[in-house]
Design a protein around this ligand. Structure first.
Ligand SMILES: [Zn+2]
Length: 312
């Protein structure tokens, strides 16, 4: 072993060592990956979620979204679909919560989390005319769910990547008190619970990284890394944005970090997983409808994600 390591060191020093044969022989070309990921199909997944109506915690639409995610993961051939349910006391107003996890390539211990939240804001609090109105939630939260489901669908048609992928659909990202309607003491619920029970899913080693999507369908999408993500996972952010610039230069035009944005990346980073958020913050109004989204924006995000996963 020692001698072999010396040889490798020498070869590295001479710049002569090739990348592992596995990566070369089985990684599909960027074009082959793009061909399996359809923004038009992702738009349909957004439309389906909107047909469930309000999807805040405790609503009928919320329960329907859970069933929809499980059904689509099964169609995509996930090796395992798990739910993680618990009750948050919430100061005497209990909230019943469920994370949904779809796992691919279970044999691999090197794993990557691709996450989003599926609960939607309970009312359109930022709408000046109708703050009690329904929050359609095309961008926040249906777009993140659509990106994950379409990526799962693409994986089912491609050779395995070098890492096992876990799609995690977090509940309660919109927080406990106001269910997203402007609580100044906001805290995410689903991702901290998942992070606190990480060993149930990862008994041998923690995932190598987590990528979180939220609000990614806007027609004029501009993705800027949030400052917290850069501090949690600078190398990963750089690699993701580099690939993004090749896929859609106008969407990924800047890597200058923007504001800190609180989302599910925080709990996972706190648990020791390099984690970053992909988001273009939008307004939580009654106008968060599907006509503000485009298949092209979703393609930009989805193609970047798929190429990124196969470049690891
Ligand atoms: Zn969100």
């Amino acid at each position: 072993m020692f001698g072999w390591m010396v040889m490798v060191s020498v070869a590295l020093a001479l710049g002569a060592i090739a990348p592992p044969a596995f990566a070369q022989s089985t990684a599909p070309s960027p074009q082959a990956l793009d061909a399996q990921w359809s923004g038009a199909r992702a738009m349909k997944d957004i439309a389906t979620q909107l047909s469930f109506g309000r999807r805040g915690i405790g609503t009928e639409g919320h329960a329907k979204t859970i069933e929809f995610i499980k059904r689509e993961l099964a169609k995509a051939g996930a090796a395992k679909i798990e739910t993680q349910s618990w009750t948050d006391d919430n100061g005497g107003s209990p909230l019943h919560l469920t994370n949904v996890i779809g796992r691919f390539d279970l044999m691999r211990t090197n794993r990557i989390i691709v996450g989003t939240h599926y609960d939607s804001i309970i009312r359109a609090y930022a709408d000046k005319k109708n703050p009690q109105g329904p929050m359609p939630g095309a961008n926040n939260s249906a777009s993140g769910v659509a990106v994950l489901l379409e990526t799962a669908c693409a994986l089912s048609k491609l050779p395995p990547s070098a890492y096992g992928i876990d799609f995690v659909f977090f509940d309660g990202e919109e927080g406990p008190k106001s269910l997203g309607a402007g609580d100044p003491d906001w805290r995410a619920l689903g991702s901290p619970y998942f992070a606190a029970h990480l060993a149930q899913f990862y008994p041998e080693q923690k995932p190598t990284q987590a990528i979180i999507f939220d609000m990614v369908c806007f027609k004029e999408l501009k993705l800027i890394p949030d400052a917290a993500s850069v501090s949690f996972a600078e190398g990963e952010v750089d690699r993701f944005w580099n690939i993004g610039r090749q896929v859609a230069p106008s969407v990924f035009s800047s890597t200058t970090p923007g504001h800190v944005i609180g989302d599910d990346q925080f709990a996972l980073a706190k648990a020791g997983i390099p984690s970053f958020l992909v988001i273009d913050p939008w307004f939580n109004t009654t106008q968060d409808t599907i006509d503000k989204c485009s298949a092209q924006s979703l393609d930009a995000v989805g193609h970047t994600l798929l190429r990124y996963l196969y470049s690891q």
